[in-house]
Design a binder for this molecule. Structure first.
Ligand SMILES: Cc1ncc(COP(=O)(O)O)c(C=O)c1O
Length: 321
């Protein structure tokens, strides 16, 4: 797509990531299920944020910024990958993380340090408080001649979502004739699912997108809004068709709380296919997807592609339930 080439872009991951059919799982569940291994994208322990950061950090560079702010929970995969990618581009990274969840020096907090991020905690439940703090620090740093780029939680802006259209282009190129009926991913802030929705409309017009919500925000609205914003940036219409997108919530006790129902599904995928899922995002999305399948909730007989969005560091910060 020539439009994509008009946006600033910096290569950070190793793409295309592998796409292959899960033979043992497909045989067990009686449906062809493929996995798109964005957990193997070549930065840190992999993950979905790298596709977004290829556009967001390119924009930061184009604006002449030398410092990047972002936020998330204490164990944010997005924050860790932002630290990794910013370091690679020679930018300073300041992470203002919610003092919530696992705040001990475990999992992603270890990796944040390895990547040289300036990690600060705020004891708040509100990202509004954190964005205010970013503005305050930005003003201080500007006086010293620095220019800061602000990435909101999850990198879920229309520009970040643009990165995920590339994932669907790759899937379309890698399928070798298989008919994809459904693309499924975890939804935590919405940008990944939004990019998949727009990408599906651009490259796989028969595929429907299912977002598996791992938090309770109103993603039915957030995802199409982000997809529309991304389409505008690309100068392409978002040609929606009825039923092309649905949200299904599989949150359990709450965001980032491992769900006992998911553990057998996480262990099954590890043991049948060798693939690790995390209990915060991919484990919930995967288990929620298989429950839908068992209830006959994936219409038609087209294949299902599960987008593995990473998150493995959580396995070193918390136990499965
Ligand atoms: C491993 C993993 N999967 C999925 C998601 C959800 O992606 P999005 O925030 O774009 O909805 C995240 C977000 O942080 C994540 O870290």
């Amino acid at each position: 797509m020539s439009e994509l080439k008009n946006l600033p872009h910096v290569a950070l991951g190793v793409y295309p990531t592998p796409l292959y059919k899960l033979e043992n799982i497909s045989a067990k569940y009686g449906r062809n299920i493929w996995v798109k291994r964005d957990d193997l994208c070549g930065v840190a322990l992999g993950g979905n944020k790298v596709r977004k950061l290829e556009y967001l950090l390119a924009e930061a560079k184009a604006e002449g910024c030398d410092t990047v702010f972002t936020t998330g929970g204490a164990q944010s995969n997005h924050a860790m990958l932002t630290a990794a990618c910013a370091a690679r581009l020679g930018m300073k990274c300041i992470l203002i993380l919610k003092k919530r969840g696992v705040t001990e020096h475990l999992g992603n907090l270890i990796l944040d340090d390895i990547y040289g991020a300036d990690v600060r905690f705020m004891d708040t439940d509100s990202y509004g408080d954190i964005y205010d703090e970013m503005d305050r620090i930005d003003t201080e740093l500007a006086k010293e001649g620095h220019k800061c780029f602000h990435i909101p939680v999850g990198g879920s802006t229309p520009l970040g979502a643009v990165g995920y259209t590339n994932c669907v282009r790759e899937i379309a190129e890698q399928l070798h004739g298989a008919e994809v009926g459904h693309i499924v991913s975890a939804t935590g802030s919405g940008g990944t699912t939004a990019g998949l929705l727009l990408g599906a409309r651009m490259y796989l017009p028969h595929a429907k997108v299912t977002g598996m919500g791992v938090d309770t925000d109103p993603f039915e609205d957030i995802v199409p809004d982000l997809a529309a914003g991304a389409a505008e940036l690309l100068g392409t219409p978002l040609d929606r068709v009825p039923g092309d997108f649905r949200m299904v919530y599989h949150v359990g006790q709450g965001y980032a709380i491992p769900n006992p129902e998911d553990t057998p599904y996480i262990e099954e995928l590890a043991r049948l296919e060798g693939i690790l899922l995390d209990p915060v995002y991919t484990g919930k999305a995967w288990s929620g997807m298989l429950k839908l399948l068992q209830n006959g909730d994936f219409d038609g007989d087209g294949d299902i592609v599960f987008v593995h969005t990473g998150g493995a560091a959580a396995l070193f910060a918390m136990e499965l339930a």
